[in-house]
Design a protein around this ligand. Structure first.
Ligand code: BES
Ligand code: MN
Ligand code: ZN
Length: 491
């Protein structure tokens, strides 16, 4: 995609080669600001708006004919609503950007006149457009490039901050697309080794340090959770570590941990066929961690970040872990595995314990497609946020709001903790007495964070979508990566 910014000039609209010309409209009224554009195009916007009783709500699109205008016959002219100007937020602009791309002819070359806009609005609009143009086509015999070929954004006033905002959007959209690509990849190819190789290649390209622990090293250092979960598969587990070191002094030391189950059958506690195909995206948290890390060198943020992705394939077989087995996690804690389908917490426990010991972090954030229960609680578009620190929770919620990803803070209910006590081992890996499966899962993880400032993002439901909608794509959504990047920028 060729991305550019320009100072909005009436003449641009007719001079542009773009096949789609979009005008963002506030208060459903093209207004006097659009008058020069209207004149240049030879279109009476107000008349169309009135004839179609167009409401111009956020993301509403009115397609106008271009014949008989200065644009000739073949262009598409779109009026794109921003709703009430006073209420317009970054989310409004993100929606508008997505709406333009979804309504534009394919392949899409777009000129979008935004009018008076802030840098944050430019980021949001461009993000929406870029994210909506995503499609996963690599498995087709005839893979297609993204539908958006060029996007020119016209603004009333162009400052260096606007230019930086566009570059920022490009990095964030690329990071999201990377998560989508990794998570949409079928598990036939996507083994733990494959994921580690992809992470290593990205690290080399962007200038991160990378370390991959293979099974021998995992055994030698006591990663009993990762090994147990991976033990049923011939495709052996890995622990992927990426390190970003800023050029100057770091403002904070951050540990990010992402669940990297490359396929989750449930193991011997096997899942029903319904929904099992979706378990190729059970490494979406890990992919978000990889994508966040690889974006940091280009963004140049002054934070020291380590990303850990415990990667394993959860399969049933003669070598798989059995319900009732007791495993020993990194650091020595023992866990009775009563359900092999509660595997995410087992690999995360090892990675959290190891990461905290080795990095001494100020903040720990994990992302995981951890429980079906979070989707029951919050539905498909909202992820759960658990935290043992209010300031960290608030900072993440604020970042998520800016990034256009919805989280809802969930409680770490102390009374439920005793449901994880095991008569046999230090802990068991599932509760049962109280329900609230997302909460018991979070309480399990908390046992391994050593009292550090920690947040756990349960993205099980938000990481996938059944359909294209606004900036969200069918299949893997890439949820979480933009929240993490926004939060890291805020430190
Ligand atoms: N990967 C699943 C969670 C999941 C479910 C993600 C649906 C996306 C959509 C996880 O490993 C799992 O199987 N969790 C179990 C936990 C239970 C056995 C305590 C679940 O949610 O059913
Ligand atoms: Mn599972
Ligand atoms: Zn899982």
């Amino acid at each position: 995609v060729t991305l550019s910014l320009t100072v909005e000039q009436a003449g641009d609209l007719t001079a542009t080669g773009a096949a789609t010309v979009a005008l963002l409209v506030r208060d459903a009224a093209p207004g006097t600001a659009a008058a020069p554009l209207a004149a240049a195009l030879g279109i009476d916007f107000a008349a169309h708006v009135e004839r179609e009783s167009w409401k111009g709500e956020a993301g509403d699109v009115l397609a106008l004919p271009s014949y008989g205008t200065a644009l000739g016959e073949t262009r598409t002219v779109l009026l794109v609503g921003l709703g009430k100007a006073a209420d317009a937020t970054a989310a409004t602009f993100r929606k508008a950007g997505a709406a333009v791309v979804r309504k534009a002819g394919k392949p899409a070359s777009v000129y979008a006149a935004l009018g008076e806009t802030t840098p944050a609005e430019v980021t949001a609009f461009a993000e929406g457009a870029l994210l909506a143009s995503y499609a996963f086509t690599s498995q087709k015999s005839d893979p297609k490039p993204p539908s958006l070929t060029s996007l020119t954004i016209g603004v009333r006033r162009l400052t260096p901050k606007h230019t930086a905002a566009l570059t920022r959007a490009q990095h964030r959209a690329a990071a999201t697309a990377l998560v989508r690509d990794l998570a949409n990849q079928p598990s036939l190819d996507k083994t733990p080794e494959w994921l580690a190789k992809r992470a290593s290649a990205l690290a080399k390209k962007t200038g991160l340090d990378v370390t991959v622990l293979e099974p021998e090293a995992l055994a030698a250092q006591g990663f009993g959770g990762i090994l147990a979960v991976g033990s049923g598969s011939t495709r052996t587990p890995r622990l992927i570590r990426l390190d970003y070191k800023p050029a100057g002094k770091a403002k904070a030391r951050v540990l990010l941990v992402g669940k990297g189950i490359t396929f989750d059958t449930g193991g011997l506690s096997i899942k029903p066929n319904d929904g099992m195909a979706a378990m190729k995206t059970d490494m979406a948290g890990g992919a978000a961690v990889i994508a966040t890390l690889q974006a940091l060198p280009a963004l140049g943020l002054p934070v020291r970040v380590t990303g850990l992705v415990p990667a394993a394939e959860n399969m049933p077989s003669g070598t798989a872990a059995r319900p009732g087995d007791v495993i020993r996690h990194y650091g020595g804690r023992t866990v009775e595995v009563l359900n092999t389908d509660a595997e995410g917490r087992l690999v995360l426990a090892d990675a959290l314990a190891y990461g905290i010991e080795s990095c001494n972090p100020d903040y720990v954030v994990d992302l995981a497609t951890l429980t079906g229960a979070i989707g029951i609680a919050l539905g498909k578009r909202v992820a759960g946020l658990f935290a043992n620190d209010d300031k960290l929770a608030d900072a993440l919620l604020k970042a998520a709001d800016e990034a256009g990803e919805r989280f809802w803070r969930m409680p770490l209910v102390e009374d439920y903790r005793r449901d994880l006590d095991s008569p046999t081992a230090d802990l068991k890996n599932i509760g049962g007495k109280f329900g609230g499966g997302a909460i018991t899962a979070a309480l399990f993880l908390r046992e391994f964070v050593d009292g550090r400032r920690w947040a756990h993002l349960d993205i099980a439901s938000a990481a996938r979508s059944d359909n294209d909608e606004d900036e969200i794509s069918k299949g893997a959504t890439g949820f979480g990566v933009r929240t993490l990047l926004t939060w890291l920028e805020s430190l």
